[in-house]
Design a protein around this ligand. Sequence first.
Ligand code: NAG
Ligand code: NAG
Ligand code: NAG
Ligand code: NAG
Ligand code: NAG
Ligand code: NAG
Ligand code: NAG
Ligand code: NAG
Ligand code: NAG
Ligand code: NAG
Ligand code: NAG
Length: 669
Amino acid sequence: MKRALLLVWASLLRLLPRANAATASNPWDPFISSPAARHVQPVAVHASSGHVTITTAEHGHPHLSMAPGDQVSFDFGVEVGGWISLNANASAGTPQFSLAFAESPSFVRSISDDTGAVPTQDYDKALNVSLPRGPNFYVLPRERFRGGFRFLTICAFEPVTISNVTCEIGFAPGVGNLRDYSGHFYTPDDNFLVRTWYAGAYTVQTNIAPQDTGRFLPQVKPGWAYNASLGVAAPILVDGAKRDRAVWPGDLGIQGTTAFLAFGADGLVAFGNSLDTSFYYQNKTTGRFPFAGPDTASFRSGSQSDTYHAWTLIAMYNYAIYTGDSAWLALHWSNITRGIDFILAALDNSHGLHNQTAPNDWGRQGGGGYNSALNALDYHALVSFAGLPSTWTSNTILLSQGAQWAAAAGRLKSSYNALLWSSQDSLYRDNQSTILTPQDGNALALLYNLTNSPGQASSLSAALTRFWSPIGPITPELPDTISPFVTGLEVLAHFSAAQPSRAIELMRLTWSHLLDSPLMTGSTLAEGITANGSLYYRGNAGYNHDAAYTSLSHGWSSGPTQALSFRVAGLEIVGWRKWRFRPFPGSLKTVQSGFDSPLGAFEVAWTVSGNANGSFNFEATLTTPIGTTGLVQLPWVCEGVFMNGELVKETVTQRGGRQKLTAVSCLYF
Ligand SMILES: *[C@@H]1O[C@H](CO)[C@@H](O)[C@H](O)[C@H]1NC(C)=O
Ligand SMILES: *[C@@H]1O[C@H](CO)[C@@H](O)[C@H](O)[C@H]1NC(C)=O
Ligand SMILES: *[C@@H]1O[C@H](CO)[C@@H](O)[C@H](O)[C@H]1NC(C)=O
Ligand SMILES: *[C@@H]1O[C@H](CO)[C@@H](O)[C@H](O)[C@H]1NC(C)=O
Ligand SMILES: *[C@@H]1O[C@H](CO)[C@@H](O)[C@H](O)[C@H]1NC(C)=O
Ligand SMILES: *[C@@H]1O[C@H](CO)[C@@H](O)[C@H](O)[C@H]1NC(C)=O
Ligand SMILES: *[C@@H]1O[C@H](CO)[C@@H](O)[C@H](O)[C@H]1NC(C)=O
Ligand SMILES: *[C@@H]1O[C@H](CO)[C@@H](O)[C@H](O)[C@H]1NC(C)=O
Ligand SMILES: *[C@@H]1O[C@H](CO)[C@@H](O)[C@H](O)[C@H]1NC(C)=O
Ligand SMILES: *[C@@H]1O[C@H](CO)[C@@H](O)[C@H](O)[C@H]1NC(C)=O
Ligand SMILES: *[C@@H]1O[C@H](CO)[C@@H](O)[C@H](O)[C@H]1NC(C)=O
C-alpha cells in the first residue's frame, strides 16, 4: 500500500514543471537545511548570563536589555554565514558591546572561532562595536564578513538594548531561493542516507563564496578581515565556510561534483570559476597548476603539490563531462595538455611512475617516492583525458595524443602493481621503500581501477576495513585522524569492488558522527576529526591543538552525496555525453534521484520487491538527455530484463530519453 502510493506520487512529481519544484512539497524538503530567505534571524537564545532581560519584540523576535557584563548567545539553528545587522539603542560609553561567532556548540563563548591556527586560540577575538548614543541600525562592516557560524555571542560593556538581530546570508550569491535545489536524492527506507546527502549539499552551498570574501593576508591580529579576492571570477567554490575560504584542488575533486549534483547550473558556475583560477595561475614554464588559490599562505610562499596538480586535472575532467561543453574544452585544451605534459615529464624512465618530490597534500604525513595516492591520481587523470579526444573531436593530433597518454597510463598501472602491491596485506604500500599501507593510496587505487582483477579489488576492499574504528577509518598516513575527505573516497571505492553494504556501513560510521555529535553544527560536515571524534583534527600536524580552528563546513567531506546519487541510485555521468546506470540497492526498496546538467535532466526512480523464493524484481524509470548514450549494467543475474517491454540483457547500451526498465527474478551473483 505504502509503496503503491509512493509510486503514484513519484510519477505525478515528474509531471510537475521544474519551476514548481521549490513550492511543491517534496518528501525530501524537510532534509534541506538552507534558509528560506537571504535575511535570517536566530531561532533561539542558546545561553545567557548576567542580568540581561530578554523580552519578545514584534514578530516574536527577542529584544535584549543588557547591562555591562551581560552576555547572550543566539543560535541560528543551522550553519549560516554573511553579515550581521541589528538595532541597538546605545548609551554614551563605547564600545557598547562585542560580537563573537562560533560554529560548534562547544565553542559558544565571548570570543570567536579561531581562523588562525595558534594554540592560544584567540587571533580573532571579538569584534567591538562602538555606536553613537541613541537608536542605531548597525550593519557589520563588509570586510568583517564571517563565512561560517551557527552561534552569535553578544557581550555588553555598557548599557544597551538590542533587537532585530539578523544575518544576511552571503553564500550562493545571486541564487533567488536557497532551498530550490535542482538535484535530489530520496528514499523512504533510510532517513540517515537522505540526511547525509542533504548535509553534503548544504555544506557545499555554504562554500559557494561571493567575490572578495577571502582571508586578508597577512592575517589581521587581533580580529579578522575577509575582503581578499578569491580568484579570477565569482561566485567561486572554496574549501570551507569559515576557513580557509580558498580554492583547493583536492577539495574540488569531491565538492565540484556535489555542487553539480545539488545545484546544477549554479553549482557549475562556482566550480568553473575555481577551475578558471587554476588555469590563470598555471605555471607557464612547467605547466604545473597551483597548490591552492591566491589568498593562501601556501600560494604566496610558492608551495607546490604533485597530488593537487593531478586533482586539478581530475576536477577539470569532471567539469568537462558534467557540462558536455565542447567550447569550454576547446578553449582550455592547450592548458589541459600542458598540465598532462607535466605528469608525463614526471613519469620516470625506469618504471613509468611519478617520484613524488612535492609531497604537499591534504594534510597527511610522509609521502615521497613512488607514492601510491599520487600515482593513482595521475593514472586517473591520464586515462580520463585519453578517453576524451576520440569522443569530442576528430582532430588526429589530439587522437594520437590520447593514445600516448593511455600508453603511459598502462605502463604506470603495471609498475604500480609490480612495485607497490603487498599480497601479504592485500593493500598497496605508500611507496616502494616503506611497509606503510595508506588509506588514501588504497582508496584511490580501488576507486580508479589500479587493480588488475575483480578478485584483487575485492581483497583490497576487505583489507581496508582493518583501519576502521567505531566512527571510521583511522588513517595510517596521519596518526590519530579520521579524514572524511579520504573516507568519502573510500566509500566510493567500495562500490567499485561491488561492496555496497560495506560502503553504506562506512558511511554510517563516520557520517552519523559528523551529523549527530554534539560538537557539530547538525547541518554541515566537518573537515576532520581525531580518532576519539574530537575537533582536534591535525592537532600535531599544522593545527597546533586548536580545535576552534577546525572547519565545520567543508565540502570535501561530501563524498557520500556523490556515492548516493551515482552509485546507490546508480545513475552517473561517466564520460563524454556518456552515462551508466548501475544501481546498488543494498537493503533499500525505493529510491529516487535526479540532477540537472547543461545536457539535460538526469532522473531515476526505482523499486525493489522481494519474491518468496529469495529472488527480487526491480523496476526503474530512467530519464537521460537526448544526445547522450549510456550503459545499463545491472549487477545481478535475472530471469528476464525488459527495456520498454523488450527483452534485453543485464548489460545493454541505451540512447538518451525516457526508459522503463523491468528486471524479474534477479539474484546477486
Ligand atoms: C533609547 O534609550 C534611551 C535611554 O534609556 C531612552 O530614553 C530612549 O527612549 C530609547 N529610545 C528608543 C527608540 O527606544
Ligand atoms: C573591546 O572592548 C573591551 C572593553 O572596552 C576591551 O576590554 C577589549 O580589549 C576590546 N577588544 C579589542 C579587540 O579591542
Ligand atoms: C531589521 O533588520 C532588517 C534586516 O537588516 C532591516 O531590513 C530592517 O529595516 C530592520 N528593522 C528595523 C525596524 O530597523
Ligand atoms: C581589507 O581589510 C584590511 C584590514 O582591515 C585593509 O587593510 C584592506 O585595505 C582591505 N582591503 C580592501 C580591498 O578593502
Ligand atoms: C614556474 O616554475 C618554475 C620552475 O619550477 C619556477 O622557477 C617559477 O618561479 C615558476 N613561476 C611562477 C610564476 O611561479
Ligand atoms: C592557461 O590559461 C590562462 C588563461 O586562462 C593563460 O593566461 C595561461 O597562459 C595558460 N597557461 C598555459 C601554461 O597554457
Ligand atoms: C626521487 O626524488 C628524490 C629527490 O629528488 C631522490 O632523492 C630519489 O632518488 C628519487 N627516487 C627515485 C626512485 O627516483
Ligand atoms: C615512503 O613513504 C614513507 C611513508 O609515507 C615516507 O616516510 C618515506 O619518506 C617515503 N620514502 C621515500 C623514498 O620518499
Ligand atoms: C579495470 O581494469 C581492468 C584490468 O586492468 C580492466 O579489464 C577493466 O576494463 C577496467 N575497468 C574499467 C571500468 O575501466
Ligand atoms: C581526544 O583526542 C584529542 C587529540 O588526541 C585529545 O586532545 C583529547 O583529550 C581527547 N579527548 C578525550 C575525551 O579523550
Ligand atoms: C522465483 O519466484 C519468481 C516470482 O514468483 C518467479 O518468477 C521465478 O521464476 C522464481 N525463480 C525460481 C528459480 O524458482
